[in-house]
Design a protein around this ligand. Sequence first.
Ligand code: PEP
Ligand code: MG
Length: 328
Amino acid sequence: RRAKFAELKSEAPMTLDGHRCTVMVNAGLRDDVAALDLTGADGIGLFRTEFQFLVSATLPQRERQMRLYKDVLDAAGSRPVIFRTVDIGGDKALPYLDHDRHGEEENPAMGWRALRLALERDGLMKAQARALIEAAAGRQLNVMFPMVSEPWEFDEARALFEAQRDWLAGRGRKMPNQIRFGVMLEVPALAETIDMLLPRLDFLSIGTNDLTQFLFAADRAHPKLALRYDWMSPAILRFVRRIVRQADAAGVPVAVCGEMGGRPIECMALLGVGIDRVSITPAAVGPIKAMVRSLDREKLMAYMAQLLEHPPRSLRAPLTDWAAANKV
Ligand code: PEP
Ligand code: MG
C-alpha cells in the first residue's frame, strides 16, 4: 500500500467525475518543507509559525524569522505557502515572554492566545509582519490569522500588516508582488458574522481541531471526551456545509486545515458537503489522494444531502458503508 501511495506523488487529486481538488500539507519547521516534494502536495496550506518560537530558548528576532520564511518560500518555489501568524499563549506559553502576567489560566484553550495576545502585544506581531513581508519580496505572501472571533480582529491585524508594509516600502525595500489575507475559522462565533467579513477575505480555512472543541464545548485533549463527539456528527458537517455555501457565494476559497481532513472517511465527508481543498499532515497525502481519485463527488454530494436531512447521531456508519459499496 505504501508503494502505491508513493506512486500517486505525481498524480493529481482529481475525482472520478473530474473535479480537481487541492491537497496541501501542514508544516511548521524548516525540514517539514521536504514533504512537498516527497508527497507531491499542492502547497503548504498551514505553516504554523509558532513552532520556531516554541523550540527556541530565546525570542526569535526578526532576522531569524525572516531567514526561516525565506527558506520555506525558496523550497516551495511556485507552490503557495500560507503562513499563520503566531498562535502562542494559552497552553503554548513561551518561557521568555511574560505573557502569563494574569497568572495561570483556568481554560488556556479559551484564553489569552493567538491574535488576542498578538494584537495587544503588537511589538511581536509587527516584527513578524516585517519578517514575512521582507521574506516574500518579489513573491506572493499569504497571511492567515488564527482564533479570529469577530471581523474587527481581522481588520486590526490586516491594518497592522499594511502599516508595516508601508513603512518598509517607504524605506525602499522590495515588496511582495501580492499580499493575500485570510482567517482561520475555528471559533464558532465567527460563523455568525462571516457574511460581513467574506468580502474582505482572500481565503478562509476551517480549523476543525479547535472548532470541534469549541462547537461541542469539549476539551480536544480530554481522553473521556475524545470519543464522545464524532467529527462525523451532523453538527460539524452541517456547520462546514453552511460555511462552504457562504464562501462559495462570495467567491472566497475555503479549505479545511484541521486533522479531520487527513482521515480518508472524514475527508470524504468533507468533500460531500462541498469542501475541495484540504491541508493535512504529510503522511496522509497518499491515502487522501487515493480516496479522492476513487470518488464520484456528485454522487456522494447527493447522498449526503439526503443523509443530512434526517441524520443519525453520526454519519460514520452510513458513509463507511457507502464508501465500501462504491469502491472508494
Ligand atoms: C485547528 O485548530 O484546527 C488548527 C489547524 O490549528 P491548531 O491545531 O494549530 O490549533
Ligand atoms: Mg487552532
